[in-house]
Design a protein. Structure first.
Length: 64
């Protein structure tokens, strides 16, 4: 069972999830990332190619 978090509750982050300078996975340019989940730089996220990309699948196999 999951419980709802109040909107004003502080977010819980993993120990290594810190803001840091990281290399973009697309263009390799260094940028200031908010955490380890942010690996694509703002310039690449703003590109037409990024915005028109097909959404990732949910990971389930197509085989039944």
């Amino acid at each position: 069972m999951t419980t709802a978090h109040p909107q004003n509750a502080p977010s819980v982050r993993a120990d290594g999830d810190i803001a840091a300078e990281r290399a973009c996975l697309r263009c390799k340019t260094l940028f200031q990332s908010e955490g380890f989940g942010e690996r694509i730089c703002p310039r690449c996220k703003g590109s037409v190619i990024w915005k028109s990309a097909v959404p990732a699948r949910d990971g389930r196999s197509r085989q039944g």
